[in-house]
Design a binder for this molecule. Structure first.
Ligand SMILES: Cc1cc2nc3c(=O)[nH]c(=O)nc-3n(C[C@H](O)[C@H](O)[C@H](O)COP(=O)(O)OP(=O)(O)OC[C@H]3O[C@@H](n4cnc5c(N)ncnc54)[C@H](O)[C@@H]3O)c2cc1C
Length: 447
Protein backbone atom coordinates (compact mmCIF):
# COMPACT_ATOMS: atom_id res chain seq x y z
CA UNK A 1 0.00 0.00 0.00
CA UNK A 2 0.97 3.59 -0.51
CA UNK A 3 2.00 5.93 2.31
CA UNK A 4 2.08 9.69 2.66
CA UNK A 5 5.23 11.08 4.26
CA UNK A 6 4.17 14.40 5.74
CA UNK A 7 7.26 16.55 6.40
CA UNK A 8 6.49 19.24 8.95
CA UNK A 9 9.33 20.15 11.28
CA UNK A 10 11.74 17.44 10.14
CA UNK A 11 13.14 18.96 6.96
CA UNK A 12 16.09 16.60 6.52
CA UNK A 13 17.09 13.21 5.12
CA UNK A 14 19.24 11.82 7.93
CA UNK A 15 17.93 10.69 11.33
CA UNK A 16 14.46 11.24 9.96
CA UNK A 17 11.83 8.97 11.52
CA UNK A 18 9.40 9.00 8.62
CA UNK A 19 12.05 8.05 6.05
CA UNK A 20 13.13 5.22 8.36
CA UNK A 21 9.68 3.82 9.10
CA UNK A 22 8.09 4.09 5.67
CA UNK A 23 7.97 0.76 3.95
CA UNK A 24 6.17 1.23 0.67
CA UNK A 25 5.65 3.44 -2.29
CA UNK A 26 5.48 6.92 -0.86
CA UNK A 27 4.24 10.41 -1.55
CA UNK A 28 6.44 12.85 0.39
CA UNK A 29 4.55 16.10 0.97
CA UNK A 30 4.93 19.49 2.62
CA UNK A 31 1.93 21.73 3.28
CA UNK A 32 2.17 25.48 3.69
CA UNK A 33 -0.71 25.54 6.14
CA UNK A 34 -2.90 28.57 5.46
CA UNK A 35 -4.45 28.34 8.94
CA UNK A 36 -1.01 29.32 10.25
CA UNK A 37 0.15 31.53 7.38
CA UNK A 38 -2.94 33.76 7.35
CA UNK A 39 -2.04 35.06 10.82
CA UNK A 40 1.47 36.13 9.80
CA UNK A 41 2.57 39.44 8.27
CA UNK A 42 3.87 39.21 4.70
CA UNK A 43 7.33 40.20 5.99
CA UNK A 44 7.56 37.14 8.26
CA UNK A 45 11.21 36.03 8.17
CA UNK A 46 10.44 32.46 9.19
CA UNK A 47 8.41 31.86 6.05
CA UNK A 48 11.41 32.87 3.91
CA UNK A 49 13.58 30.46 5.91
CA UNK A 50 11.08 27.59 5.73
CA UNK A 51 10.37 28.21 2.04
CA UNK A 52 14.02 27.83 1.07
CA UNK A 53 14.47 24.91 3.46
CA UNK A 54 11.54 23.11 1.82
CA UNK A 55 12.96 23.71 -1.68
CA UNK A 56 16.27 22.42 -0.44
CA UNK A 57 14.60 19.32 1.02
CA UNK A 58 12.95 18.72 -2.36
CA UNK A 59 16.38 18.77 -4.03
CA UNK A 60 17.81 16.44 -1.41
CA UNK A 61 14.91 13.99 -1.81
CA UNK A 62 15.51 13.96 -5.56
CA UNK A 63 19.09 12.81 -4.98
CA UNK A 64 17.74 9.65 -3.35
CA UNK A 65 15.15 8.98 -6.03
CA UNK A 66 12.21 10.59 -4.20
CA UNK A 67 10.62 14.03 -4.54
CA UNK A 68 8.43 16.41 -2.57
CA UNK A 69 4.92 17.54 -3.47
CA UNK A 70 4.45 21.05 -2.11
CA UNK A 71 0.96 22.27 -1.27
CA UNK A 72 -0.53 25.44 0.11
CA UNK A 73 -3.90 25.30 1.85
CA UNK A 74 -5.88 23.78 4.68
CA UNK A 75 -4.38 20.35 5.53
CA UNK A 76 -7.84 18.79 5.83
CA UNK A 77 -8.80 19.84 2.29
CA UNK A 78 -5.48 18.67 0.89
CA UNK A 79 -5.79 15.26 2.53
CA UNK A 80 -9.36 14.94 1.22
CA UNK A 81 -7.99 15.54 -2.28
CA UNK A 82 -5.21 12.97 -1.83
CA UNK A 83 -7.31 10.18 -0.34
CA UNK A 84 -8.73 8.88 -3.67
CA UNK A 85 -5.13 7.99 -4.66
CA UNK A 86 -5.36 5.15 -2.11
CA UNK A 87 -3.09 5.52 0.91
CA UNK A 88 -2.94 3.21 3.92
CA UNK A 89 -1.51 5.78 6.31
CA UNK A 90 0.33 9.03 6.81
CA UNK A 91 3.64 9.14 8.64
CA UNK A 92 4.74 12.34 10.38
CA UNK A 93 6.49 13.73 13.45
CA UNK A 94 4.69 14.70 16.63
CA UNK A 95 3.91 18.30 17.47
CA UNK A 96 2.59 19.18 20.90
CA UNK A 97 1.16 22.67 20.66
CA UNK A 98 -2.58 23.24 20.83
CA UNK A 99 -3.14 23.96 17.13
CA UNK A 100 -1.08 20.93 16.02
CA UNK A 101 -3.02 18.61 18.33
CA UNK A 102 -6.36 19.76 16.91
CA UNK A 103 -5.10 19.62 13.31
CA UNK A 104 -3.83 16.08 13.77
CA UNK A 105 -7.13 14.94 15.28
CA UNK A 106 -8.85 16.14 12.11
CA UNK A 107 -6.41 14.37 9.80
CA UNK A 108 -6.56 11.21 11.89
CA UNK A 109 -10.30 11.09 11.31
CA UNK A 110 -9.55 10.83 7.56
CA UNK A 111 -6.51 8.57 7.46
CA UNK A 112 -4.53 6.37 9.85
CA UNK A 113 -1.69 8.44 11.29
CA UNK A 114 1.67 7.17 12.55
CA UNK A 115 3.49 9.84 14.51
CA UNK A 116 7.08 9.77 15.70
CA UNK A 117 8.95 11.76 18.32
CA UNK A 118 11.48 13.31 16.01
CA UNK A 119 11.89 16.91 17.03
CA UNK A 120 12.89 16.01 20.61
CA UNK A 121 15.10 13.41 22.26
CA UNK A 122 12.45 12.15 24.65
CA UNK A 123 8.95 10.89 24.56
CA UNK A 124 7.46 12.88 27.48
CA UNK A 125 5.00 10.07 28.18
CA UNK A 126 7.86 7.75 29.08
CA UNK A 127 9.75 9.99 31.50
CA UNK A 128 7.81 10.29 34.71
CA UNK A 129 8.66 10.35 38.40
CA UNK A 130 8.58 7.08 40.35
CA UNK A 131 5.01 7.90 41.43
CA UNK A 132 3.97 8.11 37.77
CA UNK A 133 3.48 11.89 37.73
CA UNK A 134 5.39 14.32 35.50
CA UNK A 135 8.48 16.18 36.68
CA UNK A 136 7.89 19.85 37.46
CA UNK A 137 11.43 20.73 38.51
CA UNK A 138 14.37 20.67 36.11
CA UNK A 139 17.16 19.26 38.32
CA UNK A 140 15.45 15.96 39.28
CA UNK A 141 14.18 15.65 35.70
CA UNK A 142 17.72 16.04 34.41
CA UNK A 143 19.23 13.72 37.03
CA UNK A 144 16.72 11.02 36.19
CA UNK A 145 17.96 11.11 32.60
CA UNK A 146 21.60 10.52 33.50
CA UNK A 147 21.82 7.26 31.51
CA UNK A 148 20.75 9.19 28.43
CA UNK A 149 22.81 12.38 28.69
CA UNK A 150 25.93 10.57 29.80
CA UNK A 151 25.69 8.05 26.97
CA UNK A 152 28.18 8.49 24.18
CA UNK A 153 25.71 8.03 21.35
CA UNK A 154 21.94 7.96 20.86
CA UNK A 155 20.85 5.65 18.08
CA UNK A 156 19.77 7.60 15.00
CA UNK A 157 17.09 6.56 12.51
CA UNK A 158 18.44 4.85 9.40
CA UNK A 159 16.72 5.73 6.17
CA UNK A 160 14.88 2.95 4.32
CA UNK A 161 16.77 2.96 1.05
CA UNK A 162 14.15 0.90 -0.76
CA UNK A 163 11.50 3.62 -0.83
CA UNK A 164 10.01 4.61 -4.16
CA UNK A 165 8.00 7.68 -5.02
CA UNK A 166 4.55 7.26 -6.50
CA UNK A 167 3.57 8.86 -9.78
CA UNK A 168 2.44 12.42 -9.02
CA UNK A 169 2.75 15.93 -10.39
CA UNK A 170 5.67 17.08 -8.26
CA UNK A 171 6.52 20.06 -10.43
CA UNK A 172 3.94 22.51 -9.14
CA UNK A 173 5.81 24.65 -6.61
CA UNK A 174 4.13 27.82 -5.34
CA UNK A 175 6.33 30.91 -5.24
CA UNK A 176 6.80 32.81 -2.01
CA UNK A 177 4.66 35.60 -3.50
CA UNK A 178 1.88 33.12 -4.30
CA UNK A 179 1.98 32.12 -0.64
CA UNK A 180 1.40 35.81 0.16
CA UNK A 181 4.88 36.61 1.47
CA UNK A 182 7.81 38.79 0.51
CA UNK A 183 11.35 37.47 0.42
CA UNK A 184 13.18 38.70 3.53
CA UNK A 185 16.88 39.11 4.17
CA UNK A 186 17.86 36.71 6.92
CA UNK A 187 20.72 36.90 9.40
CA UNK A 188 23.91 35.67 7.65
CA UNK A 189 24.26 32.45 9.62
CA UNK A 190 20.89 31.24 8.39
CA UNK A 191 22.36 30.91 4.90
CA UNK A 192 24.71 28.27 6.31
CA UNK A 193 23.79 24.63 6.85
CA UNK A 194 23.42 23.40 10.43
CA UNK A 195 26.44 21.18 9.88
CA UNK A 196 28.57 24.17 8.90
CA UNK A 197 27.38 25.96 12.06
CA UNK A 198 28.09 22.85 14.08
CA UNK A 199 31.70 22.75 12.84
CA UNK A 200 32.14 26.38 13.89
CA UNK A 201 30.57 25.70 17.28
CA UNK A 202 32.80 22.68 17.92
CA UNK A 203 35.77 25.06 17.96
CA UNK A 204 34.04 27.15 20.67
CA UNK A 205 32.22 24.59 22.78
CA UNK A 206 34.96 24.32 25.41
CA UNK A 207 34.44 28.00 26.22
CA UNK A 208 30.63 27.71 26.07
CA UNK A 209 30.07 27.72 29.83
CA UNK A 210 32.04 30.96 30.35
CA UNK A 211 31.08 32.68 27.09
CA UNK A 212 27.40 31.87 26.71
CA UNK A 213 26.18 34.85 28.76
CA UNK A 214 28.27 37.55 27.06
CA UNK A 215 25.67 38.70 24.62
CA UNK A 216 27.97 41.01 22.68
CA UNK A 217 30.02 38.07 21.44
CA UNK A 218 29.11 34.95 19.51
CA UNK A 219 29.58 32.24 22.13
CA UNK A 220 26.62 29.96 21.45
CA UNK A 221 25.76 27.48 18.71
CA UNK A 222 23.17 29.57 16.80
CA UNK A 223 21.41 26.32 15.99
CA UNK A 224 17.96 26.97 17.48
CA UNK A 225 16.33 27.92 14.17
CA UNK A 226 17.68 24.87 12.36
CA UNK A 227 16.60 22.71 15.31
CA UNK A 228 13.14 24.27 15.28
CA UNK A 229 12.49 23.28 11.69
CA UNK A 230 14.39 20.02 11.88
CA UNK A 231 17.23 20.77 9.47
CA UNK A 232 19.26 19.03 12.13
CA UNK A 233 17.79 16.61 14.65
CA UNK A 234 18.40 16.95 18.39
CA UNK A 235 20.00 13.49 18.29
CA UNK A 236 22.43 14.54 15.55
CA UNK A 237 23.36 17.61 17.58
CA UNK A 238 23.68 15.63 20.81
CA UNK A 239 25.84 12.95 19.15
CA UNK A 240 28.10 15.49 17.45
CA UNK A 241 28.85 17.27 20.75
CA UNK A 242 28.87 14.16 22.95
CA UNK A 243 31.60 12.52 20.94
CA UNK A 244 33.95 15.44 21.75
CA UNK A 245 36.17 15.10 24.83
CA UNK A 246 34.09 15.89 27.91
CA UNK A 247 34.69 19.42 29.22
CA UNK A 248 32.57 21.76 31.34
CA UNK A 249 31.54 23.47 28.08
CA UNK A 250 30.33 20.21 26.56
CA UNK A 251 28.42 19.23 29.71
CA UNK A 252 26.84 22.68 29.98
CA UNK A 253 25.70 22.56 26.36
CA UNK A 254 24.18 19.08 26.76
CA UNK A 255 22.29 20.37 29.81
CA UNK A 256 20.84 23.23 27.77
CA UNK A 257 19.55 20.73 25.23
CA UNK A 258 17.68 19.10 28.09
CA UNK A 259 16.02 22.41 29.09
CA UNK A 260 14.44 22.18 25.67
CA UNK A 261 13.25 18.67 26.56
CA UNK A 262 12.02 19.80 29.96
CA UNK A 263 9.84 22.56 28.55
CA UNK A 264 8.51 20.21 25.91
CA UNK A 265 7.54 17.71 28.61
CA UNK A 266 5.85 20.46 30.62
CA UNK A 267 3.79 21.54 27.63
CA UNK A 268 2.88 17.94 26.84
CA UNK A 269 1.73 17.10 30.36
CA UNK A 270 0.24 20.53 31.13
CA UNK A 271 -1.18 21.78 27.82
CA UNK A 272 -3.14 24.54 29.58
CA UNK A 273 0.18 26.15 30.54
CA UNK A 274 0.29 27.49 26.98
CA UNK A 275 -2.24 30.11 28.10
CA UNK A 276 -2.62 29.87 31.89
CA UNK A 277 -0.27 30.35 34.82
CA UNK A 278 1.33 26.94 35.30
CA UNK A 279 1.40 27.34 39.10
CA UNK A 280 -2.21 28.54 39.23
CA UNK A 281 -1.19 31.88 40.78
CA UNK A 282 -4.13 34.24 40.69
CA UNK A 283 -2.29 37.28 39.38
CA UNK A 284 -4.46 39.88 37.74
CA UNK A 285 -2.44 42.11 35.49
CA UNK A 286 -3.64 45.49 34.38
CA UNK A 287 -2.86 45.77 30.72
CA UNK A 288 -1.20 49.12 30.15
CA UNK A 289 -1.22 49.58 26.37
CA UNK A 290 1.05 52.65 26.51
CA UNK A 291 3.71 50.72 28.41
CA UNK A 292 3.36 47.70 26.09
CA UNK A 293 3.83 49.90 23.01
CA UNK A 294 6.94 51.48 24.51
CA UNK A 295 8.31 48.03 25.24
CA UNK A 296 7.72 46.50 21.80
CA UNK A 297 8.92 49.62 20.03
CA UNK A 298 12.20 49.76 21.96
CA UNK A 299 11.30 53.05 23.60
CA UNK A 300 11.54 52.22 27.30
CA UNK A 301 14.52 54.53 27.83
CA UNK A 302 16.55 51.64 29.28
CA UNK A 303 19.38 51.20 26.74
CA UNK A 304 19.88 47.44 27.15
CA UNK A 305 16.17 46.64 26.93
CA UNK A 306 15.69 48.92 23.92
CA UNK A 307 18.72 47.49 22.13
CA UNK A 308 17.48 43.93 22.70
CA UNK A 309 13.96 44.74 21.46
CA UNK A 310 15.16 46.73 18.45
CA UNK A 311 17.44 43.84 17.53
CA UNK A 312 14.55 41.39 17.85
CA UNK A 313 12.35 43.58 15.66
CA UNK A 314 15.04 43.94 13.02
CA UNK A 315 16.47 40.43 12.92
CA UNK A 316 14.12 37.96 14.67
CA UNK A 317 16.96 37.10 17.05
CA UNK A 318 17.66 37.65 20.73
CA UNK A 319 20.45 36.16 22.81
CA UNK A 320 19.34 33.90 25.68
CA UNK A 321 20.58 36.20 28.44
CA UNK A 322 18.86 39.15 26.83
CA UNK A 323 15.64 37.13 26.61
CA UNK A 324 15.90 36.50 30.35
CA UNK A 325 16.59 40.17 31.17
CA UNK A 326 13.89 41.47 28.82
CA UNK A 327 11.30 38.97 30.06
CA UNK A 328 12.03 39.85 33.70
CA UNK A 329 11.80 43.57 32.88
CA UNK A 330 8.55 43.25 30.92
CA UNK A 331 6.72 40.93 33.30
CA UNK A 332 7.98 42.45 36.56
CA UNK A 333 9.30 46.01 36.19
CA UNK A 334 6.60 46.86 33.65
CA UNK A 335 4.00 44.42 35.03
CA UNK A 336 2.95 43.36 31.56
CA UNK A 337 1.03 40.05 31.38
CA UNK A 338 3.53 37.33 30.37
CA UNK A 339 1.13 35.82 27.83
CA UNK A 340 0.84 39.04 25.88
CA UNK A 341 4.63 39.39 25.84
CA UNK A 342 5.06 35.73 24.93
CA UNK A 343 2.79 36.28 21.94
CA UNK A 344 4.95 39.17 20.81
CA UNK A 345 8.05 36.97 20.95
CA UNK A 346 6.07 34.29 19.08
CA UNK A 347 5.41 36.75 16.29
CA UNK A 348 9.03 37.82 16.00
CA UNK A 349 11.40 35.04 17.04
CA UNK A 350 12.93 33.09 14.18
CA UNK A 351 13.39 30.12 16.50
CA UNK A 352 9.93 30.37 18.03
CA UNK A 353 9.07 27.13 19.80
CA UNK A 354 5.87 27.14 21.82
CA UNK A 355 7.20 24.96 24.63
CA UNK A 356 10.47 26.85 25.19
CA UNK A 357 8.92 30.26 24.76
CA UNK A 358 5.94 29.66 27.04
CA UNK A 359 8.10 27.81 29.58
CA UNK A 360 10.72 30.56 29.64
CA UNK A 361 8.23 33.41 29.87
CA UNK A 362 6.47 31.67 32.73
CA UNK A 363 9.88 31.08 34.31
CA UNK A 364 10.69 34.79 34.13
CA UNK A 365 7.25 35.83 35.38
CA UNK A 366 7.52 33.38 38.33
CA UNK A 367 4.35 31.60 37.30
CA UNK A 368 5.92 28.56 35.63
CA UNK A 369 7.60 25.25 36.34
CA UNK A 370 10.80 25.68 38.34
CA UNK A 371 10.53 29.46 37.98
CA UNK A 372 12.73 32.18 39.30
CA UNK A 373 11.45 33.29 42.78
CA UNK A 374 9.00 36.18 42.45
CA UNK A 375 11.22 38.61 44.38
CA UNK A 376 14.17 38.10 42.03
CA UNK A 377 14.40 40.61 39.20
CA UNK A 378 17.26 41.24 36.81
CA UNK A 379 18.54 44.80 36.99
CA UNK A 380 19.23 45.64 33.32
CA UNK A 381 21.95 48.16 34.23
CA UNK A 382 23.81 45.65 36.39
CA UNK A 383 23.43 43.05 33.66
CA UNK A 384 24.80 45.26 30.90
CA UNK A 385 27.76 46.26 33.08
CA UNK A 386 28.48 42.60 33.84
CA UNK A 387 27.98 41.05 30.41
CA UNK A 388 28.73 43.93 28.01
CA UNK A 389 31.19 46.15 29.88
CA UNK A 390 32.15 48.22 26.84
CA UNK A 391 28.49 48.44 25.73
CA UNK A 392 29.44 46.87 22.41
CA UNK A 393 26.00 45.31 21.80
CA UNK A 394 24.08 48.40 22.90
CA UNK A 395 26.11 50.71 20.66
CA UNK A 396 25.97 48.33 17.71
CA UNK A 397 22.18 48.34 17.79
CA UNK A 398 21.65 51.92 18.99
CA UNK A 399 24.38 53.82 17.10
CA UNK A 400 23.01 57.12 18.42
CA UNK A 401 24.61 56.10 21.73
CA UNK A 402 28.07 55.64 20.20
CA UNK A 403 29.46 58.90 21.58
CA UNK A 404 28.41 57.99 25.13
CA UNK A 405 30.88 56.47 27.58
CA UNK A 406 29.92 52.84 28.24
CA UNK A 407 29.89 53.50 32.01
CA UNK A 408 27.09 56.03 31.52
CA UNK A 409 24.96 53.41 29.78
CA UNK A 410 25.27 51.09 32.78
CA UNK A 411 23.86 53.74 35.13
CA UNK A 412 20.19 54.33 35.65
CA UNK A 413 19.34 57.81 34.32
CA UNK A 414 22.95 58.11 33.16
CA UNK A 415 21.82 59.61 29.88
CA UNK A 416 19.83 62.29 31.67
CA UNK A 417 23.09 64.16 32.30
CA UNK A 418 24.34 63.82 28.75
CA UNK A 419 23.80 66.86 26.57
CA UNK A 420 23.32 66.48 22.80
CA UNK A 421 22.00 62.92 22.98
CA UNK A 422 18.35 62.59 22.18
CA UNK A 423 17.18 59.44 23.86
CA UNK A 424 13.88 58.64 25.63
CA UNK A 425 13.74 59.04 29.39
CA UNK A 426 13.26 55.74 31.30
CA UNK A 427 9.56 54.93 31.62
CA UNK A 428 10.07 53.35 35.04
CA UNK A 429 12.45 53.67 37.93
CA UNK A 430 14.15 50.32 38.55
CA UNK A 431 13.86 50.45 42.35
CA UNK A 432 10.27 51.74 42.38
CA UNK A 433 9.15 49.12 39.85
CA UNK A 434 11.01 46.35 41.69
CA UNK A 435 9.20 47.17 44.93
CA UNK A 436 5.90 47.45 43.04
CA UNK A 437 6.39 44.01 41.46
CA UNK A 438 7.25 42.40 44.80
CA UNK A 439 4.13 43.93 46.35
CA UNK A 440 2.05 42.72 43.38
CA UNK A 441 3.24 39.15 43.78
CA UNK A 442 3.58 39.02 47.55
CA UNK A 443 0.10 38.22 48.67
CA UNK A 444 -0.84 35.85 45.91
CA UNK A 445 -1.42 32.18 46.65
CA UNK A 446 0.84 29.51 45.07
CA UNK A 447 3.96 31.64 44.94
C1 LIG B 1 11.90 34.48 27.47
C2 LIG B 1 12.61 33.39 26.67
C3 LIG B 1 12.01 32.91 25.51
C4 LIG B 1 12.61 31.86 24.79
N1 LIG B 1 12.01 31.41 23.65
C5 LIG B 1 12.58 30.40 22.94
C6 LIG B 1 11.96 29.93 21.75
O1 LIG B 1 10.88 30.36 21.35
N2 LIG B 1 12.60 28.94 21.06
C7 LIG B 1 13.80 28.41 21.48
O2 LIG B 1 14.35 27.53 20.81
N3 LIG B 1 14.39 28.84 22.61
C8 LIG B 1 13.83 29.82 23.34
N4 LIG B 1 14.44 30.28 24.48
C9 LIG B 1 15.68 29.60 24.93
C10 LIG B 1 17.01 30.20 24.41
O3 LIG B 1 17.02 31.58 24.58
C11 LIG B 1 17.29 29.87 22.95
O4 LIG B 1 17.12 28.49 22.72
C12 LIG B 1 18.75 30.24 22.59
O5 LIG B 1 18.96 31.61 22.78
C13 LIG B 1 19.02 29.88 21.13
O6 LIG B 1 20.32 30.22 20.76
P1 LIG B 1 21.42 29.10 20.46
O7 LIG B 1 20.88 28.09 19.53
O8 LIG B 1 22.67 29.80 20.08
O9 LIG B 1 21.54 28.45 21.90
P2 LIG B 1 22.67 27.55 22.56
O10 LIG B 1 23.10 28.22 23.81
O11 LIG B 1 23.72 27.20 21.59
O12 LIG B 1 21.87 26.26 22.99
C14 LIG B 1 21.71 25.12 22.13
C15 LIG B 1 20.27 24.72 22.07
O13 LIG B 1 19.78 24.34 23.36
C16 LIG B 1 18.44 24.77 23.52
N5 LIG B 1 18.39 25.75 24.62
C17 LIG B 1 19.38 26.54 25.06
N6 LIG B 1 18.97 27.26 26.12
C18 LIG B 1 17.68 26.92 26.33
C19 LIG B 1 16.71 27.32 27.27
N7 LIG B 1 16.98 28.20 28.25
N8 LIG B 1 15.46 26.78 27.21
C20 LIG B 1 15.18 25.86 26.25
N9 LIG B 1 16.06 25.44 25.33
C21 LIG B 1 17.30 25.97 25.37
C22 LIG B 1 18.04 25.43 22.21
O14 LIG B 1 17.40 24.49 21.41
C23 LIG B 1 19.37 25.85 21.62
O15 LIG B 1 19.34 25.94 20.22
C24 LIG B 1 13.84 31.31 25.24
C25 LIG B 1 14.42 31.80 26.41
C26 LIG B 1 13.81 32.82 27.12
C27 LIG B 1 14.46 33.33 28.39
Amino acid sequence: MREILWFRRDLRLEDCAILAHASNDVLPIFIFDTNILKKLPKEDKRVTFIYHSVLNLKQQLKTIGLDLAIFCGDPKTIFQQLLPLGFSKVLCSVDFDAYAIERDKTIESLLCMERYIDAFLLDPKEHLKKDGTPYKVFTPFYKSLEPLWSSSYIEEYQRNKALQKIEFDYDKVPTLQELGFEEQTLPNFLYQTPFELLEIFKTKVNQYEEQRDYFYCDGTSNLSVHLRFGLISPKQLFNAIRTLPSTSGVECFIKELFWREFYNAILFHFPKSEVENFNGANLIWEEDEWVYEKWINAQTGVPLIDAAMKYLNQTGLMHNRLRMIVASFASKNLLLPWKKCEEYFALKLLDYETSSNVGSWQWAASTGADSVPYFRLFNPYVQSKKFDKEAVFIKRVLPELNPVDAKVLHQENGLGNTLFISYPKPIVSIEFSRQRAIAFYKNVANL
